[in-house]
Design a protein around this ligand. Sequence first.
Ligand SMILES: [Zn+2]
Ligand SMILES: [Zn+2]
Length: 333
Amino acid sequence: IPTSEISLVYKQGKMRKIHLLVLAPNFETVDQINEWLDTKGRRDYDGRPIFGFTCPEFVEAMMSISKDIEIIPAHAWTPWFGIFGSMSGFDSLEECFQDQLKHIHALETGLSSDPKMNWRLSALDKYTLVSNSDSHSPWPHRIGREANVFDFKKISYANIIKSIRTRKNFLYTIEVDPAYGKYHYDGHRACNISLSPKESIKLNNICPKCGRPLTIGVEHRVEELADRPSGFIPKHAIQFKSLIPLEEIISSVTGFGLMTNKVREKYDKFIRTFGNEFFILLEAEKEKLEKVDKKIAHLILASREGKLKIEPGYDGVYGKLILKKLSGLRDFV
Ligand SMILES: [Zn+2]
Ligand SMILES: [Zn+2]
């Protein structure tokens, strides 16, 4: 499926910076989209080009090209480019899309939020929550961190779009722990300051080190906009499974960096044995995992039971696995 992200930067009251996902049914439609974009600016310098028109203008133009184009607000909660982002987002979908909101059916939760967090806003009940990896870097291990699981006899664009619009045949999403995402907590990367929403509120959202406003993360924004307590499950919610990428687990257990050969070798050994990473993380049997590596098997099982502890990501820094706080793991690490 041809997909892309587009970045819209414009003034509506304050400056707004919004990333939108665009899904197109075929390459003829892509040509038409590009033709329209070329009347508005350049798109030859970046995979995610920046334009100055508004979200409703874009939706209207896309719908006049094809009703089969799907537009989905990308990583909806991230501070800088999410539709609900603390820095340059909106407080509601209505405020952003106005009379074009009827063409929006889904939201991408992004790595730093999971469906549970989004369920706290009753305003989002009518939108399907989709999960993608938001993989922009050239590293293969960033692909497939999140996924949407459908049940189709035949995989086709029409079926996928129908499922996104109606939730029929949409089984569940696969999520990383939201704390792993780069913008879960508040903080300042340069100041080495990471704070929970409660801690930042106490400090009036000001960095205790440099005195400038903190980058307010996803957890804080959800708290601000939520009208339900945490733990609420809406009626037609699509369930989800949580995981931590296998390479992250291998890297924490072995102490070697994500991009090292040591981690790659171990990863490849698992893949050779089981076939694919989702099967390893979600389904493979304990005994078989242990045959490949006992420590890593233990962490995979702990991850399935939601027992892994993560030091939350903040201001562009990924969350990290904390091994020492995991009870019963001391024998292994
Ligand atoms: Zn983006
Ligand atoms: Zn600071």
